[in-house]
Design a protein around this ligand. Structure first.
Ligand code: NAI
Length: 740
């Protein structure tokens, strides 16, 4: 079955997200809602969404719109009809009746319901109709959340489900897991339970919200929003509705019931409009006093707000074993939460799925956890776990494991997909080396470097791993949310605070040396980014020989924001790329001015399509919808480059002072218009000096090393200024830029 045309009914949050992702896959899609006005607005929302739901805004015309009264006949042309209307069974039943009267024979019909069982959804359908009906449960925002749960029934035509899965996996890029018809399926059943346990235990143990979020966060391999931050993000009222539905659907003796009970403080928050970020605030709120925004946190006992102080647990690295062994209330909290999640998840095997592995993967894909409950159990160690756990009655999985004590119970990862992913090959690969920032694996005849720091920020160790891994073809790839958010600024500031600028210089030099080494080593180097590839992360990527990019990337050189300039070859590489254009051949100042504009404004691209016109990516770089395919596409490049020759060294002819002065004129205008302030001017001048080639004339041939040197010197002059240091400190503390 080929899916070429899709109709999505319901153009709210999810309908828009699904339509946009189909548009991204170049599929023609029609959005229908009660009125055409609603779908018109929906299309506009898709176009303007931030972060953008569309990879390429110019493709918006893949989406056509209409209403369910005048345009329902379009359903007859669709290969797949997705229902994403409000969560009301009467409305859904009505729509199915219309769909099955109109659709063409054999087309697939699915619902995006998050809580209604397929049995109930399909109760009015004939057996023949049931064959083609399933649930496709996408997560919000659809472009960015990788999980898709397909719920099938015993009536389904399995071939059709298989081909739908394949389409969703390869064309829509979703991690597609088939699951049983049980409440909340896999992701929400465990994910929402985990949030409720983290919340109720925090109340019980009298933790502050900052403490709970610091524990139920990075150290557990969970996104930094933790539990209270995540509650605010999702919407406290929406979470209350989700809980009500679980209470209704699950049996009375299900452990979920205990943690889903209404909490008086939560009820009060909803009643007073504190529904989270979309409302007046939630557990956290922004309070504006004296024109200053101050983040406040709620006291779980009194309900009063006070200034929120970030709680420092001492380590932000993921380390479950150390965390649960701590002899303080945080260790106790972590163990209580983790053990309850492991017990609950394992008690549901095989009821919700016979593959426990799928539960872990659903938590990774749907909640961005680094590890699911069973991997946590594996990390804690079977023996340790059973020494620590008090009881696990009526839990066949744990009873069995307590007998076998099999530390290797886990087996392979990512059983849900047939694609050859990093997660699948890592256990089979040989770990060659590991330091604080990266790991090197050897698989077949190539190496893999996986960064392992927070947001994969880069430091000396990251560079060391890259350099050491070039004795074979190399793939730089990881499974974390970000490819790399750039150089680790705290690491740099630690040196600056001590006045140890020599060490910073040494690091930048090593960074340059490593990137040059990546570019010219005798084996091909492939970067396979997903998520952020900013600053230093982008410099690694753009000096790799090949790029296989996920469509969800954010790339750019953003150093000027923190008062620096790219010094790992970013200026140099961008100059080189722009100097290869026809325009540059006619005008020697074309490339420096273009790059000045791009780096000066710290321009970023939120997809490969946006990245190409900026030359952050090249036309020949591969762009891939399915994150799970990044590794195999990278591998294919290596296999096709057996006789790889490194590129010829680049050189530059720049006009020095002549173009420098043009750039200064631009800066002066910005300064006079008060768009930049004193330090902005200084950073701009340093960037102009590098991009104009420094003290040079057009006849002089500059080598890559010359430009690296210009980058390094300018970087060092800037990092030594108080105002750059102020910018860095401000950004580290608030995540926001400082204009000075
Ligand atoms: P929404 O409230 O944002 O949008 C629902 C849309 O359905 C509205 O545009 C409404 O006008 C339209 N609608 C209502 N009756 C209709 C009818 N008879 N014919 C055509 N359109 C009609 O809802 P949302 O959040 O997009 O949810 C849609 C479905 O997706 C629900 O089943 C929900 O449970 C599920 N879901 C929601 C998620 C979320 O995060 N919002 C996540 C996963 C699933």
């Amino acid at each position: 079955m080929k899916i070429k045309k899709v109709v999505v009914i319901g153009s709210g949050t999810m309908g828009c997200g699904i339509a946009a992702q189909l548009c991204n896959a170049n599929i023609s899609v029609t959005l229908l809602d009660l009125t055409t006005e609603i779908t018109e607005k929906a299309k506009e929302r898709i176009y303007k969404s931030r972060p953008p739901l569309l990879i390429d805004k110019s493709k918006i015309e893949n989406i056509s719109i209409g209403n369910i009264n005048d345009n329902f006949n379009l359903v007859s042309q669709a290969d797949w009809i997705v229902e994403a209307v409000v969560e009301r069974i009467d409305i859904k039943h009505n729509i199915y009746e219309k769909i099955f009267k109109t659709r063409k024979n054999g087309s697939i019909v699915s619902s995006n319901t998050s809580s209604i069982p397929i049995k109930v959804l399909s109760e009015n359908l004939s057996d023949e109709e049931k064959k083609d009906f399933c649930i496709t449960h996408f997560f919000n925002p659809v472009r960015y959340m990788d999980l898709l749960e397909i719920v099938k029934s015993e009536n389904n035509d399995l071939e059709k489900i298989k081909s739908l899965k394949e389409f969703c996996e390869k064309d829509l890029g979703k991690g597609t897991i088939i699951c049983n018809d049980t409440p909340g399926f896999l992701g929400n059943r465990i994910g929402v339970f985990a949030m409720q346990v983290a919340m109720t235990e925090a109340f019980k143990m009298k933790l502050t919200i900052e403490e709970a979020d610091a524990v139920f966060g990075r150290p557990m391999g969970i996104p930094k929003t933790g539990v209270f931050g995540l509650y605010d993000l999702i919407g406290i009222d929406l979470m209350a509705d989700v809980l009500k539905s679980f209470i209704k659907e699950l049996p009375e003796n299900d452990q979920f019931q205990e943690v889903a009970k209404e909490i008086p403080l939560v009820k009060k928050l909803i009643e007073t409009g504190y529904t989270g970020r979309k409302g007046k605030g939630g557990f956290y709120r922004m309070n504006k006093t004296d024109n200053k925004k101050i983040l406040e946190g709620i006291n779980l006992e009194t309900g009063k707000y006070s200034i929120s102080k970030k709680f420092n647990l001492g380590s932000e690295k993921m380390d479950i074993v150390n965390l649960i062994n701590r002899k303080d209330k945080y260790g106790e909290y972590a163990w209580s939460v983790i053990s309850k999640i492991i017990k609950y998840a394992s008690s549901l095997v095989p009821e919700i799925t016979d593959k426990f592995n799928d539960i872990d993967e659903a938590m990774r894909l749907g909640f961005n956890w680094t590890k699911g409950p069973f991997e946590m159990l594996k990390e804690i160690g079977v023996k340790n776990f059973f020494e620590k756990i008090e009881s696990f009655e009526n839990n066949k999985f744990l009873e069995n494991l307590s007998k076998t004590k099999d530390e290797n119970f886990y087996g392979e990862r990512q059983l849900y997909t047939e694609l050859e992913t990093l997660g699948k090959i890592k256990p089979k690969a040989k770990k060659l080396d590991k330091n604080n920032s990266a790991e090197i694996y050897r698989f077949n005849d190539f190496n893999i470097v996986e960064f392992t720091t927070k947001a994969n920020a880069l430091d000396y160790d990251s560079m060391d791993s890259l350099k050491n891994a070039t004795d074979k073809p190399l793939i730089i790839i990881n499974e974390a949310m970000q490819f790399s958010a750039g150089v680790n600024l705290s690491y740099t500031m630690d040196f600056a605070d001590k006045g140890d600028f020599k060490s910073i210089e040494k690091f930048v030099k090593y960074f340059q040396e490593t990137c040059k080494h990546l570019k010219y080593s005798k084996f091909p180097v492939v970067s396979a980014p997903s998520g952020l590839a900013l600053g230093g992360g982008f410099e690694v990527l753009c000096q790799s020989n090949f790029v296989v990019s996920h469509t969800n990337i954010v790339v750019g050189l953003v150093e000027t924001i923190v008062g620096l300039i790219p010094a790992g070859g970013g200026c140099k590489e961008m100059l080189w790329r722009w100097s290869q254009t026809e325009e540059a051949k006619k005008d020697p100042d074309y490339a420096p001015l273009k790059v000045f504009d791009i780096i000066g404004y710290a321009k970023t691209a939120t997809s490969p399509i946006e990245a190409e016109p900026l030359k952050y990516l090249k036309p020949e770089d591969k762009k891939i919808m399915s994150r799970n395919s990044l590794l195999s596409a990278s591998k294919e490049i290596i296999e096709n480059n057996n006789n790889f020759n490194p590129p010829e060294e680049a050189n530059f002819k720049l006009s020095g002072k002549a173009v420098y002065e043009k750039m200064i004129k631009m800066l002066e205008k910005l300064y006079n218009d008060k768009i930049i302030l004193d330090h902005g001017m200084q950073v701009g001048k340093e960037l102009a000096y590098v991009l104009s080639g420094g003290d040079t004339t057009p006849e002089v041939k500059l080598t890559e090393d010359d430009v690296y040197k210009l980058e390094l010197d300018a970087f060092m002059r800037l990092i030594e200024t108080q105002k750059t240091q102020d910018r860095i400190k401000h950004t580290l503390a608030t995540g926001k830029p400082l204009v000075n």
